[in-house]
Design a protein. Structure first.
Lengths: 845, 305
């Protein structure tokens, strides 16, 4: 149908036919097994949220056991070993299996609704991320039933955690299981960034985005830069545990502090990754119940972005007691205090909005107010511990336990429960009970404060953290008993919420938009259709339901974009990054079992090495690669049957784009940014060892002599030529010189393969012994990193060559080719840095 | 007592004042913010207009905290400078080991390793004199913390950290390991005594002397069971210094790194199976040692004052 001859949306029959087609296209798969192949954000988001919530309950129960043990001095309810597993798993699960996944889960669930979109740009990636989380999460959480849970603390400091005689398989469960989950976190971050940047409805410029979307953007970018250093650290850590490469072993040139740096470069932003999304939920709730626009939108956006930036400059405040020079103490104290400023801005934005508006009391707002009270205290104790001299006393005591729970329960958990009461009607069509909600709030608020406030005092009275028991003479018995009672009251509050949710199916449906909110997500019907929105709206305000006359009716009658699914395909609008001009109608994946299979097989790669089953891991890896290629081959960059399609309102959009206009290209850029961050973290390790040693690299000796210049330069040359040949293939292809383009790709593949081999030759030919000293070990790791990346580049080149031969990549449809060029840019740059440093830095040093 | 509230050192006293001041300001701020929030919720619609709201965010959200935090930083920066130590000051080498403390005192005027006076699980400091703690670890990370004296400093394998401190009042206190270090992290404390300078000098002289002669037959058993393989009793057994030095064992206030009182009843079972009291203890169990033998060894050790 050409533009201009548009269907008459006033005709109910036309609309009914459109609705029938949309319903058919977006119908979720049914059946005992097939339902798990769903990829739609409604299903995946719900599974994700429920799983993350179960992880929260499980980790909470672990805490209850700990509190029972600590209720009285010299208790012997659980032994030291069990207690260490309990607190390690409690912290690790709350961080990695609840807080971060919960943000991703909620975002997957509501981002499309917030943006008036039908789905996220990569539904199968969401499903893959969820299954990765599920497999990894069950593995890590389940380890405690086999007495094999990690027991070295969620911070896993070496040498305690690297020495296999002191820490058993639990440490491997932590490193490998959580690395696997980090994959899912990064997958979700990519999905959400592209979702926010490229899937906004027409007209929704960046400054009209709902605040939740802003926060998602900030937090997802933080994940992108915070998780890779941890992954780099995990690689070094497992290399030490499994292969005896001494990255953290002081006796062979390593340093335990390198891990602390890598861990906290991740670990501190992690705190903000956890609580910013909850502030974001709060930022959606407050305007609704203040009955007005949020006052100070530019301020709060700036504050969120500022918090994100600052959070990367504070990590050292977790290391104030490691013996740092006074200048570092001063700098990091100042930076740690400074982060309180954007936080204060956010708090006063909320206060100003409530002040200016007409406040309607409700359970979500009640949780919000309680959160504010708790969070203010947590923030102020945060400023206290940012002051180094005070931290020297408070560090690693129960004062910190109190502080971090005030921040995380006030800043993250309470708003999240507020969000639960707020958004429950969006997904079930029914409100939760106000009475039970208030009861739960009172129990949680009182229980929390009774439980955690005394810990400040216990800490200053000399009670260290992570003790399975304490002597009576410490004088903290009464305080601990009160804490235990309080925490059980808090748990009772959570139980009331769970009960409230379980009672929900018995309640009647509420009306649409029961809170009379102004933002797009409330367009959802109580008895939801799986298609998301009836038509993709044109947005001119931050609160379109309040501000745009006739908005809901126009939307429901399909008067905006994409009111139909004529070709029986799942379609979403892709728009430009800044101004949200529509640029493409993208076809997204339908339900498929491939993401599930890819996640399970990839899981084997991480899980089998815990048991030293390396051949099983290898087989699993090969299967995972096959699954991913199958998924990509059949489901991405599909050439549409026509080039343009009418989107409604006289707009005609292409069905296929490549390069920066497409979502896939952005996903590749974002993925490689994360990858480059991990690479730079490894390079940081190289320079870190240089700074702590008077002679690094060490004087040449058998097994220690550096790789020289020849092989590194050979490897770099091969990879760089492979990169140029790939670029040439792109240019030839776009000029329709298809045969030459294929030839160039073949040459590129050969060169990249040679580059991979030469990368391994770098440490191999010089006989560097990685078990001897940290210098050979880090040279090996960097060389393997480049070799592995070249190997992946090779697979990509062969894949695109095959696509070209199969007619799936053509001069006009070259998204795959353009995407792998992005990969090659990063590969060439990493190789230049790595081999440049390996070859020439020893001469300079 | 192991509390930052019972401060007896210069740094701990200053930190206590800092902490109290910050607590007072924080309490005032908390009440003020919550009162403002309560007022905001009750205020009728439109009482605060857009411009007024933006001004409030600017002044209370951005400018106010910036000024307060700058003041706090200016107040606290001088406290981040460590006390200065002179070359002649007393040096106490403390190694954190799983799960006890090896303590060695440098004698005045010498840095000779051989002249160090070795003891374990007890730290004594002279009141009014500057003391330099040299903190190291041969196994995993520990953290040396005497809350009443000064803040904690980590003991990190491969590194040597220093803590300079000065006790200002005498008394008996307690310190503990603050960094999670394994199974018995909770059972890794030590006794601390701050004593007058002259008494300290006399005590250090006694500590340096070998153990007095004792006739107790437990000494025989100590040798037969191979205890000297890991423990030194100067004057009785040269031994190998793997575990704690026991030369003046009975002069300490507790054993097992602050975990049990100095009685035969507590000590004998510990000799047989130390891991029952201290999980993960590195001392091997003596499963076949009759309790009577253990009691005689304990009685011998308790004569070593």
């Amino acid at each position: 149908m050409a533009a201009g001859v548009e269907p008459d949306q006033s005709d109910p029959l036309v609309r009914a036919a459109q609705e029938a087609r949309l319903r058919e296209v977006w119908r979720p798969p049914r059946g005992l097994f097939l339902r798990w192949t769903d990829t739609n954000n409604n299903a995946v988001g719900a599974w994700y949220t429920v799983t993350a919530f179960c992880m929260f309950l499980f980790a909470g129960v672990l805490a209850l056991v700990m509190r029972a043990q600590l209720a009285v001095p010299n208790n012997d309810l659980v032994d030291a070993d069990t207690f260490n597993q309990l607190f390690t798993l409690h912290g690790s699960m709350m961080m990695f299996l609840f807080a971060v996944p919960m943000f991703e889960a909620v975002s997957v669930l509501i981002l499309p609704q917030l943006l008036g979109a039908r789905d996220l740009p990569f539904p199968r990636l969401s499903a893959f991320g969820f299954w990765t989380f599920f497999v990894g999460g069950v593995f890590v959480a389940g380890s405690i039933f086999f007495d094999a849970a990690p027991d070295a603390g969620w911070f896993m400091y070496p040498p305690l955690a690297t020495r296999t005689e002191l820490t058993g398989a639990g440490a491997d469960v932590w490193l490998l299981g959580l690395s696997f989950i980090e994959v899912s976190s990064i997958a979700a971050a990519i999905e959400l960034i592209v979702g926010v940047l490229k899937c906004r409805p027409p007209g929704m410029r960046l400054n009209l985005m709902p605040l939740y979307a802003w926060y998602i953007l900030v937090v997802a970018v933080m994940i992108l830069f915070a998780f890779p250093p941890l992954i780099a650290g995990d690689i070094l850590f497992e290399a030490e545990r499994l292969l005896n490469w001494p990255f953290f072993d002081a006796s062979r040139g390593g340093d335990p502090l390198l891990w602390q740096h890598l861990f906290w470069i991740f670990g501190h932003p992690e705190v903000y990754i956890i609580f910013l999304p909850s502030i974001a939920i709060f930022a959606m709730i407050v305007p609704t119940f203040a009955r007005r626009h949020l006052l100070g939108y530019p301020w709060i956006v700036l504050a969120a972005v500022g918090t994100g930036f600052l959070s990367f400059g504070l990590w050292v405040h977790h290391m104030f007691t490691t013996g740092l020079p006074a200048i570092s103490l001063g700098f990091f104290s100042a930076a740690s205090e400074a982060v309180a400023i954007p936080t204060a801005v956010q708090i006063f934005v909320f206060i100003a909005t409530l002040w200016a508006g007409r406040v309607l009391w409700s359970t979500p707002l009640l949780f919000g107010a309680g959160a504010l009270a708790i969070f203010v205290i947590g923030g102020l104790t945060g400023v206290m511990v940012a002051v180094a001299p005070f931290d020297w006393q408070a560090h690693d005591t129960y004062f910190i336990v109190a502080h971090l729970h005030y921040v995380l329960i006030g800043g993250a958990l309470m708003p999240l429960f507020g969000g639960l009461y707020y958004y429950w009607p969006l997904f079930t069509g029914k409100k939760l009970s106000d009475r039970l909600g208030r009861l739960a709030f009172v129990l949680m608020f009182v229980g929390f404060n009774v439980g955690f406030f005394p810990m400040h005092v216990a800490g200053l009275m000399g009670m260290p953290r992570r003790v399975y028991t304490y002597p009576e003479e410490l004088g903290v018995g009464a305080l601990n008993l009160v804490s235990t009672l309080g925490v059980y009251v808090l748990a009772a509050g959570v139980a009331v919420v769970v009960l409230d949710m379980l009672l929900s199916p018995r309640r009647a449906h509420d009306r649409r938009n029961p809170w009379e909110a102004g933002t797009l997500e409330w367009l959802a019907h109580p008895k939801q259709e799986n298609w998301g929105v009836r038509s993709v709206p044109h947005v001119e305000s931050r609160y379109p339901i309040w501000d745009q006359p006739g908005f809901v009716r126009d939307l429901d009658e399909g008067r905006f974009y994409l009111p139909d699914a004529e070709e029986g395909q799942r379609e979403v609008m892709i728009s430009s990054v800044l101004d949200a001009e529509p640029v493409q109608i993208a076809r997204v994946g339908a339900p498929s079992v491939k993401p599930l299979l890819a996640a399970v097989t990839l899981g084997g790669v991480f899980i089998f090495p815990v048991f030293h089953w390396y051949s099983a891991a290898g087989v699993s890896g090969a299967l995972a690669l096959a699954m991913i290629l199958w998924w990509l081959w059949t489901g991405t960059s599909v050439i549409p049957e026509k080039s343009l399609k009418a989107a409604g309102r006289g707009v005609e959009l292409p069905l296929y784009t490549s390069g920066p206009r497409s979502s896939g290209w952005w996903a590749m850029v974002i993925t490689m940014t994360a990858d480059a961050t991990a690479f730079m973290s490894l390079m940081f390790g190289y320079w870190f060892f240089w700074t702590i040693h008077a002679d690094f690299p060490p004087p040449p000796a058998p097994g220690l002599a550096g790789p020289g210049v020849g092989w590194p330069m050979a490897a770099l040359a091969a990879i760089a030529l492979g990169w140029l040949a790939t670029l040439a293939a792109r240019e030839l292809n776009v000029r329709a010189r298809v045969a030459l383009a294929r030839l160039a790709l073949a040459a590129a593949a050969l060169l990249t393969a040679a580059g991979a081999a030469a990368s391994i030759a770098v440490p191999w030919t010089s006989g560097l012994d990685p078990e001897l000293h940290v210098y050979p070990a880090i040279v090996w790791v960097l060389s393997i990193w480049i070799a592995a990346h070249a190997a992946v580049g090779l697979v990509m080149q062969l894949y695109v060559a095959a696509r070209s031969l199969a007619g799936r990549t053509t001069p006009t449809h070259d998204a795959d080719l353009r995407n792998i060029v992005v990969y090659q840019h990063f590969l060439a740059a990493s190789a230049a840095i790595a081999f440049g440093v390996l070859a020439f830095f020893p001469g300079l040093a | 007592v192991q509390s930052t509230f019972s401060a007896f050192g210069a740094e701990a006293l200053a930190t206590r004042t800092l902490g109290t001041s910050m607590f007072v300001v924080a309490a005032v701020l908390t009440v003020a913010v919550l009162a403002l929030a309560a007022h905001a919720v009750r205020a009728p619609q439109g009482r605060l207009d857009h411009a007024g709201g933006m001004r409030m965010i600017l002044w209370l959200g951005a400018v106010g905290p910036t000024l307060l935090l700058t003041a706090l930083l200016a107040f606290s920066l001088p406290m981040m400078r460590p006390l200065t130590a002179e070359p002649g000051d007393l040096r106490i080498m403390v190694d954190g080991e799983q799960f006890w403390w090896r303590v060695r005192y440098g004698r005045a005027g010498t840095r000779d390793e051989d002249a160090l006076v070795v003891t374990a699980n007890e730290v004594r400091v002279p009141v009014g004199r500057t003391v330099v703690f040299v903190l190291e670890s041969p196994d995993v990370i520990h953290s040396f913390w005497i809350p009443g004296l000064a803040g904690k400093v980590d003991m990190i394998p491969g590194r040597s950290n220093e803590l300079v401190a000065r006790a200002t009042a005498g008394g008996v206190y307690r310190g503990a390991c603050a960094e999670f270090c394994g199974l018995s992290h909770a059972n890794m404390a030590f006794d601390v005594e701050a004593m007058a300078g002259a008494a300290f000098d006399a005590w250090l002289e006694t500590l340096a002397s070998p153990a007095a002669e004792v006739s107790h037959d437990g000494r025989q058993l100590f040798e037969e069971y191979g205890c000297a393989g890991c423990h030194v009793v100067r004057g009785h057994f040269a031994g190998t210094p793997i575990g704690p030095d026991l030369t003046h064992f009975a002069a300490r206030r507790s054993f097992g790194a602050g975990t049990a009182p100095m009685t035969v009843e507590a000590l004998a079972p510990f000799i047989v199976d130390s891991a029952a009291l201290k999980p993960g203890s590195m001392m091997p169990p003596f499963e076949h040692m009759p309790l009577q033998d253990a009691q005689r060894i304990a009685a011998y050790l308790l004569e070593l004052d």
